[in-house]
Design a protein around this ligand. Structure first.
Ligand SMILES: Nc1ncnc2c1ncn2[C@@H]1O[C@H](COP(=O)(O)OP(=O)(O)OP(=O)(O)O)[C@@H](O)[C@H]1O
Ligand SMILES: [Mg+2]
Length: 275
């Protein structure tokens, strides 16, 4: 299960995020980025965060630790921003917390070259969960203590918005030509060989078990939360074996950022630095 704690103080909204995530303090004295069930994208984006974040962490990719944050909307009573007030009011109960990485910076391909092995692992993982939200326009990656951290999986596992078409949607190609790590020569074959065998039914069941029941309840077409959990597991298990065959890495787009200058990379040769 995910760790559970109580949100005790709303600090500030993170305005860069479309879903208006907030920075909060919690009962365990941690500081979290909180994502709300009452946000426009609703509870499904929180389910996607738990499934993808949990899976990525178990595959050795860096994702800040996730927790369930219980919210009593009274903590927002003194909040002057109407939009934030409304969001807190609509989100009483279980919400998602992601450990806040203090001092982290948004990923910048010119300042942080990535090896082709690591780029391969991230692109393969994003293809597995069909994450379309890691483009160079909006990389949803942070650099913290010189390492790359993945955040924001709320738009992934897109097929869960329409379960009857899930199998067909899951079989479509994954276009990675706009992926923020596409310019780093992602070694997809190596990532697939390394990671796919680790995506077992047991691992997927462990990941899906971390989703709070209330975010899965009353899903149309399912008899209960556990049946929905199994559906996530089934589709991801099916994809894991063959998704690498469907990843498209087109030619670099002209509007992509140019190669970094030597003074920025210390002569390491920028984003095509290799392993
Ligand atoms: N764990 C974290 N530690 C530090 N900063 C974070 C963390 N998570 C998110 N942020 C910051 O908050 C911003 C918004 O977060 P996130 O991308 O998860 O929100 P979102 O509403 O889903 O965004 P989007 O607009 O991409 O859909 C990030 O771009 C980043 O600057
Ligand atoms: Mg984001």
């Amino acid at each position: 299960m995910l760790r559970e704690t109580v949100a005790t103080r709303y600090i500030t909204p993170l305005r860069e995020g479309g879903s208006l995530p907030g920075l909060v303090e919690a009962g365990d004295l941690g500081t979290y980025v909180m994502k709300f069930t009452g946000a426009g994208q609703g509870r499904k984006s929180l389910v996607a965060e738990v499934i993808c974040g949990g899976l990525a962490r178990r595959l050795g990719l860096r994702v800040p630790e996730l927790a369930v944050l219980w919210l009593d909307p009274v903590i927002g009573l003194a909040e002057p921003d109407q939009e934030v007030q409304a969001l807190l009011k609509a989100s009483g109960g279980a919400n998602l917390g992601m450990d806040f990485l203090p001092g982290s910076l948004g990923f910048d391909p010119l300042a942080h070259p990535v090896t082709s092995a690591e780029a391969g692992r991230v692109v393969w993982f994003d293809a597995l969960v069909n994450n379309v939200d890691r483009s160079w326009r909006n990389p949803n990656m942070l650099v913290w203590h010189q390492d790359l951290w993945l955040i924001d999986h709320g738009a992934a596992v897109v097929w869960h918005h329409h379960w009857p078409g899930a199998a067909a949607s899951a079989a479509r190609p994954y276009d990675a030509s706009d992926h923020a790590l596409a310019p780093f020569a992602p070694d997809i074959a190596r990532a697939a060989a390394e990671l796919a065998p680790r995506v077992t039914q047991d691992l997927l069941a462990e990941v899906a078990a971390e989703v709070p029941d209330e975010w899965l309840a009353e899903e149309p077409g399912f008899a209960g939360s556990d049946e929905v959990r199994r559906a996530y597991g089934r589709i991801l298990a099916e994809r894991a074996g063959t998704v690498h065959e469907r990843i498209r890495l087109g030619p670099p787009k002209p509007q992509r950022p140019p190669e970094p200058p030597d003074w920025l990379t210390g002569g390491r040769g920028g984003r095509r630095a290799g392993k």
